[in-house]
Design a protein around this ligand. Structure first.
Ligand code: ADP
Ligand code: GN1
Ligand code: MG
Length: 358
């Protein structure tokens, strides 16, 4: 990557400041501008997002739409959705060169970002926030959205990508991950369930977030409410099952995504129940019978999918997700697979919980 002075990049947005790396995202480079008020500067990952202009057009349209809806419901758009800061020449982002595109947001003050929930009520709040996001975008013109990553949650395609990684063994790591590859093969029987139901028309295409990690919702520091859904790069037409399942993969785990002691990892049914309660309080009325039936399985499926993405990236030599230590992606894959096996056992209980809230 060509190096730029971040101070100079900030001045393109009329902000004069020193800045520090910020947050725990796996994809973009995020920095905090210590001005008053504060701002977030992000370098968009051009390896992941091949067309930053399309990503930014989606974000501008979606945040504009959400801002109007939030206002109409009596909320505060400057805290409940992201606010883009324009460059000096009125653009939504700055392209230093095609590989170095930067955007600036208002920093949402008095908010908390969490990598793990320390109280199940936080899952209720996250569920409500992601459910509200889904509801507010339910009449957004989906055909105006760009597909920023093609086949992002197409699990059978993700299985094929893992098979290709195994086939080429680019980093020479295959021999050490045979147990994980075997696990991935065994559970691939679930992979096509949601795409098949979508093809059959029983699961509709909706505008979805597609990356509903707990740390992609900001909580109000004063009230604890789930307040602002962030990380909007992957807002695209998708299935509500992607948002529900992916949130539980991360939020309902007993431990961190990269925990190395697998005895500390299980799927927490209380966290599951709280998230489902919050999410369904906003969305239950408009879900189809098949969507409701598949809610429990979506947690298994999205956890499996993320696990095989981590595993493929480990085999490929860590070219996609940011890693901070040796075997980081492998550790992440292992927690996901531990969760998959546990969720499989808990599916009947999860179905009973869902019945309470629809
Ligand atoms: P990534 O795609 O790399 O995950 P995110 O957009 O999620 O990047 O940003 C990384 C982290 O930075 C978030 O998890 C959150 O903690 C923090 N963050 C991002 N945008 C804001 C904002 N506008 N206000 C406050 N915190 C933010
Ligand atoms: C990435 O950007 P971040 O850290 O919120 C990834 C998600 C994965 C997640 C796993 C664009 O999310 O799909 O589920 O890591 N985002 C992209 O933690 O690939
Ligand atoms: Mg993020």
């Amino acid at each position: 990557m060509k190096k730029y002075s971040l101070k100079e990049i900030c001045s393109v947005f009329s902000i004069e400041t020193n800045i520090e790396p910020y947050g725990n995202g796996h994809i973009n480079d995020t920095y905090l501008c210590e001005t008053a008020p504060r701002f977030i500067l992000q370098r968009i990952n051009s390896n992941v997002f091949k067309n930053p202009g399309e990503v930014m057009e989606n974000i501008a349209n979606v945040t504009g739409w959400l801002g109007e809806k939030i206002k109409a419901e009596g909320g505060d758009p400057s805290r409940e959705t992201l606010t883009l800061i324009k460059t000096k020449d009125g653009k939504n982002y700055y392209e230093a060169d095609p590989e170095n595109c930067f955007r600036m947001y208002k920093f949402v003050e008095r908010s908390v970002s969490r990598d793990i929930a320390d109280d199940p009520i936080q899952l209720y709040e996250a569920g409500r926030a992601f459910g509200k996001f889904q509801r507010m975008l339910s009449d957004f013109p989906a055909d105006t959205l760009h597909e920023t990553i093609v086949d992002f949650h197409n699990t059978p395609v993700r299985v094929k990508q893992l098979e290709a990684a195994v086939e080429s063994n680019a980093a020479g790591r295959l021999a050490s991950v045979s147990a994980e590859v075997e696990f991935a093969k065994r559970y691939s029987k679930y992979a096509s369930r949601v795409v098949d139901e979508m093809a059959a028309g029983r699961v509709p295409l909706r505008v979805t977030h597609n990356d509903t990690k707990l740390n992609n919702v900001l909580f109000d520091a004063d009230t604890g409410e789930g307040m602002c859904v962030i990380d909007l790069d992957t807002v695209m037409p998708g299935s509500v099952l992607y948002d529900f399942g992916d949130a539980l993969r991360f939020g309902a785990s007993s431990g961190s995504e990269d925990e190395t002691d697998l005895d500390k990892i299980w799927f927490d049914l209380e966290k599951f129940e709280q998230f489902a309660k919050g999410f369904l309080s906003e969305t239950a009325a408009c879900l189809t019978e098949t969507e409701i039936e598949l809610l429990p399985l979506s947690a298994l499926l999205l956890t499996y999918e993320c696990g095989i993405r981590f595993l493929a990236d480990h085999i490929n030599g860590d070219t996609y997700f940011k890693v901070h230590r040796e075997n980081h992606n492998l550790d992440r894959a292992r927690t996901q697979f531990k969760l998959v096996a546990d969720i499989e056992k808990k599916l009947p209980k999860m179905a009973d919980i869902i019945k309470k809230y629809v």
